[in-house]
Design a protein around this ligand. Structure first.
Ligand code: CNA
Length: 244
């Protein structure tokens, strides 16, 4: 199929659907200037020999054992506060506004779907925009994290932790159940910008049994052979406003 035919196929699937759910990953924000993890330019391919792997730094135990080092890494590699939603974010917001798209389930922690105007966003891995004192549960915005270069602390003295699901931590059961329910009920699931390697988010695609399934991703995923339409192209060229 040519690029034009592929796009036409996707448009037909969207036109025929009334209950679309979209699952997004880090690739969705690459056109906004936020690196993903597993692309050639991604964070996992950045460290030189001897560097501590990002999965280790971004883990629950590392946070508590090396809080200052965690924050040095987190501030420089995970916070892109100047990034703006790209065209694909706006396309999803429009699809929701016109009633077709019922939910976005995202692995992203950057808040860009909401910034583009999307209302129903399940943030499976949390958000850098929310932060909580581990002692008294007072919540803070991201400003509190960047205002000092040291460990951010609450007025009670407790350490402030980002509301981001770190490695070794569980996802919110409520969010996971809601995501499964949306995917079970949908008539079209579009999976975009994710390598589908991080579980349980990656295996959510399996709950879509009634709906059509589309993957839009530059790299390969373990589910490429199981979908109705596979688009291996830049998502920002595929998810354009003329789809709505
Ligand atoms: P990943 O494993 O890095 O995969 C990203 C995928 O996106 C890759 O397969 C790329 O080929 C693909 N991709 C990159 N750019 C494009 C593009 N322009 N068009 C189409 N496809 C593209 O990331 P996953 O989301 O699968 O892994 C889950 C991790 C990444 C979650 O825990 C996230 O919290 C974490 N993460 C989030 C962000 C963010 O919030 N923006 C950034 C970096 C990592």
């Amino acid at each position: 199929m040519s690029d034009k035919q592929v796009k036409k196929h996707l448009k037909t699937l969207i036109d025929e659907a009334n209950n679309i759910v979209v699952l997004t990953g880090a690739g969705f924000s690459v056109p906004s200037g936020i690196p993903d993890f597993r692309s050639a330019q991604g964070l996992f391919n950045e460290g030189g020999e001897g560097a501590i792997p990002p999965e280790e730094i971004l883990s629950h135990s590392y946070f508590f054992q090396h809080t200052k080092l965690f924050y040095d890494f987190y501030r420089s590699k995970m916070l892109y506060l100047e990034a703006k939603p790209n065209g694909a974010h706006h396309t999803l917001a429009k699809l929701e506004a016109c009633g077709k798209l019922k939910a976005i389930i995202t692995q992203n922690i950057d808040g860009l779907h909401q910034e583009a105007g999307s209302q129903n966003v399940i943030e499976l891995h949390g958000s850098v925009k929310r932060n909580t004192c581990i002692k008294c549960n007072t919540t803070y915005g991201v400003k509190k994290i960047i205002e000092k270069v040291d460990i951010p602390r609450c007025s009670c003295g407790g350490i402030i932790k980002p509301d981001v699901v770190l490695y070794e931590e569980n996802l919110s059961l409520g969010d996971l159940e809601a995501a499964i329910e949306y995917i079970r009920e949908c008539d079209l699931l579009i999976v975009v910008g994710t390598s589908l390697q991080v579980h349980p988010a990656a295996s959510l695609i399996r709950y879509c049994r009634r709906g059509k399934r589309v993957i839009i991703n530059l790299g390969e995923t373990p589910y490429d052979k199981e979908v109705d339409l596979l688009i291996q192209a830049p998502l920002e060229e595929v998810l354009t406003l003329d789809l709505c």
